[in-house]
Write a protein that binds this ligand. Structure first.
Ligand SMILES: C[S@@+](CC[C@H](N)C(=O)[O-])C[C@H]1O[C@@H](n2cnc3c(N)ncnc32)[C@H](O)[C@@H]1O
Length: 305
């Protein structure tokens, strides 16, 4: 099985150290993506239940992991990880699933960010819709948000989820366009042009639109709320499993994600329900950063249950 050339699972060695996959045990990969982490668990003889709410990721997995699916080493399901209790309970009607570990690798995959036509990228085509839904079944696109939110609500969103210091100016400029030609806000190019005009200087390493696009993506996909629902669900599944030495591993890319994980883990360890496997979050080594710059903001936390 070969994964796409660009695909590099983030913090792979560290994930495997903490997850410690064992032969014949079940692991839930809640964020399949291109299956980099799933493949590594399968390579160690683990059985994987993998979720992703992006149909493109599922289509890729069904093709690339055909053999593992046929051998029942991998069960691949299109669903939101916020529903993981129901998903595992349903599977448990016909299979004896005692989870030994759960992995979350939050956010977007490189393939989603690079794919044109979905509005994630800075290099949008002229007619590319500002969509940003990872799950094509979701109703609201990023362009819709620009139109329905008030100037104040948009500024708050850009600040809160993106840490965008020029949030108010960007929201003001969006509001101006909304009055003149609201439908143009459905296209990535309009927003990118607005940001370019507001942020005249291209200081720093980040593209000027990075924070705005991140904030809109988080809102469109309800990313933080999904994590809030999924962490206790994963924890309870592990707690109720008869497997030994169970692990919950989370990789975050955004401060908001990491804050939720940090607080949840701290609460479980303070109440002696679980043990923190590292006091501080782990980050990528210089060696990993040299070939995978995307890992620069990754933080890994792990819990033994
Ligand atoms: C960073 S990528 C995972 C990469 C993966 N670990 C790999 O090695 O290929 C995150 C994936 O999680 C999916 N995802 C994000 N939020 C999700 C959610 N709430 N439910 C299901 N999948 C989700 C995204 O569609 C994306 O494919």
């Amino acid at each position: 099985m070969s994964l796409s050339k660009e695909h590099r699972p983030v913090l792979l060695e560290e994930t495997l150290d903490f997850l410690a996959p064992k032969e014949g045990q079940y692991y839930l990969d809640a964020t399949f993506g291109r299956g980099g982490h799933t493949q590594a668990i399968l390579d160690r003889g683990g059985l994987v239940i993998a979720l992703d709410f992006d149909q493109e990721a599922i289509d890729f997995g069904q093709e690339q992991f055909r053999e593992a699916i046929a051998k029942k080493q991998l069960i691949l399901i299109k669903d939101n990880f916020k529903n993981l209790s129901e998903i595992i309970n349903n599977l448990s009607k016909t299979l004896d699933i005692q989870l030994a570990g759960v992995l979350f690798d939050f956010g977007t995959s490189t393939e989603q960010l690079m794919s044109s036509e979905r509005g994630f990228s800075f290099n949008a085509q002229a007619d590319e819709l500002l969509d940003m839904r990872m799950d094509q079944d979701l109703g609201v696109k990023a362009g819709d948000l620009l139109i329905v939110l008030s100037e104040k609500q948009l500024a708050h969103l850009l600040m809160e989820y993106g840490g965008e210091t020029q949030a108010r100016q960007i929201a003001k400029a969006v509001n101006r366009i909304k009055k003149e030609n609201p439908q143009s806000l459905q296209y990535s190019a309009t927003l990118l042009k607005i940001i370019e005009q507001v942020k005249k200087s291209k200081s720093g390493k980040l593209h000027p639109a990075t924070k705005t696009l991140q904030a809109l993506r988080i809102a469109v996909n309800d990313e933080l709320h999904n994590i809030e629902l999924a962490l206790p669900a994963a924890f309870h599944l592990l707690k109720n499993s008869s497997a030994l030495d169970k692990r919950l591993v989370c990789i975050s890319f955004h401060e908001g994600e990491d804050r939720l994980v940090k607080h949840f883990f701290k609460k479980q360890s303070e109440q002696n329900f679980a043990k923190l496997l590292s006091k501080k979050a782990l980050t990528a080594s210089d060696q990993e950063l040299s070939h995978n710059p995307r890992a620069r903001s990754a933080k890994l936390r792990a819990l033994a249950i």
